[in-house]
Each structure stands twice: as structure tokens, then as C-alpha cells.
Design a protein around this ligand. Sequence first.
Ligand SMILES: [Zn+2]
Ligand SMILES: [Zn+2]
Ligand SMILES: [Zn+2]
Length: 159
Amino acid sequence: MDTINKMEELAWEERRRNPIPAPKCDGCFSRFRGTPPDEDEEDGAEDVGDAFKRCTTCDYTICENCTHLDIQGVPYFDRPPGTCRCLKSNFGVSYCLSSPCYLDGDGNKPYHGDRHPKVASSGYGEDAFEVKERQCRTCGVVARCLKKEHLKDALPGIN
Ligand SMILES: [Zn+2]
Ligand SMILES: [Zn+2]
Ligand SMILES: [Zn+2]
């Protein structure tokens, strides 16, 4: 881990310990409404409205714009703006409840753990799921999980 990463980790660790209302969106770095501009910022810089989503686990806080799919980018190079820093969930919603998506993960590491989306809305047929129910290793619920060969799909049916 290089020094910049380490400093970033420490800063986030501090935020987790002492959460303060975020002055800026962690996805696009725009100011939230009511935050005074930085001294080095140009006058008239636009704010982006209110904080829209905040993860109570990692404190990542974003504006509404950053939840839009079309600005999520390629997570292997950059954190998708709409993805919080937790590895197994996004803003408190466990990734195991949905079908695989290339955006899932903490921005550094993709999530390839167990998945048990509802069969009907998963984008997969029944035969993509394990035959027997078992305990999900991510959330502990007993359900029919997707077979291992699908866990690294970029999207349902695409790998
Ligand atoms: Zn934003
Ligand atoms: Zn989080
Ligand atoms: Zn689960």
C-alpha cells in the first residue's frame, strides 16, 4: 500500500470513529447545500443540493447525482461514485441480495461472494442456482444461492 492510500485509509478510519456531516459529496466532491465555499474555490461554484445517501458503516456520503447509473464508470480503475467503501454491501444493502454486477465491491476489490437474488427477477434461470438451500456466507440467510460459476459475471449472463 503506498503512502497516499495509507493516508486515505487513516482519514476514513477517523471519519468512522467521529462521523461529522459531510461538507462534500464523496463521489463527485461537489459541495452540499449550506457548506461555505473553500477559500481556494472560485466564487459562484455550484452546490449539489443535500446529502442524499450516507452509509452508517463507512460514512461514505453522496449526492443524488452520484446514484445515477450512467456516471458509475469502471470500478477497476476508479471507485464508482455511487458505491460506498464497504466490501460486502452498498449503503447498508448486502450485495448477496442482488444479481452480480461489475460495480459491486469497495472500489478496490470486486465482490465475488455468495448471491441469492430472487430467481424470478435475477436474470438467471432456475438451473443457475444451487439445487439445495444453504446458509449464505455473507448474510447468514438460508436460501438457494447462485452457482459458483456465475459469481464473477459482470452482469447476469455476461462474464
Ligand atoms: Zn456527488
Ligand atoms: Zn459503506
Ligand atoms: Zn446473503
